[in-house]
Design a binder for this molecule. Sequence first.
Ligand code: IMP
Length: 178
Amino acid sequence: MYNQLERILFSKEQLEKRVKELGATLSNDYKDKNPLLICILKGSTLFYADLVRAMDIHLNFDFMAVSSYGAETRSSGEVKMIKDLDCSIADRHVIIVEDIVDTGFTLKYLTKLLCARKPASLKICTLLNKPSRREVDLTPDYVGFEVGNHFVVGYGLDYDEKFRNLPEIGVLKEEVYK
Ligand code: IMP
């Protein structure tokens, strides 16, 4: 896998340190609120698993799946729900846990959908943010790292369903997808 990467962007240690910091911030902000953390499948799974273990407050899990790019590296702007939540979010403090905000289409769709269910609050926590690629007005509340205009893989993020199991985050060589 490593020979298909241009370079490593974030090492295991950098990811671990930043996720712990985010966990501590969320624990502080959501103390006594019993938040519901929504994992957006599949890209957020590793981030989610580490983030919840970095939080020392009571919280609940739920999972949602939305359409991904498939073997494309660009968003079509169309988002489809593949799996909905199991529980009601009415009057709950909800945190959407996402792997990366790129164009913003996915989270725009999700926040609109979830807001209509009347949560007590709704925030976005994303491991990576690519602000230079934004096509809709959307600002995540909690961000692990800002990244430039690269296609990145690893730590849950894929290209064509591969590379999710890389423990680091790396920039994919252009020749892999061009
Ligand atoms: P958006 O709707 O364009 O913001 O894209 C959100 C989704 O696209 C993310 O949840 C990822 O699944 C995928 N995505 C966007 N950029 C990347 C990337 O650099 N690597 C891997 N997946 C990405």
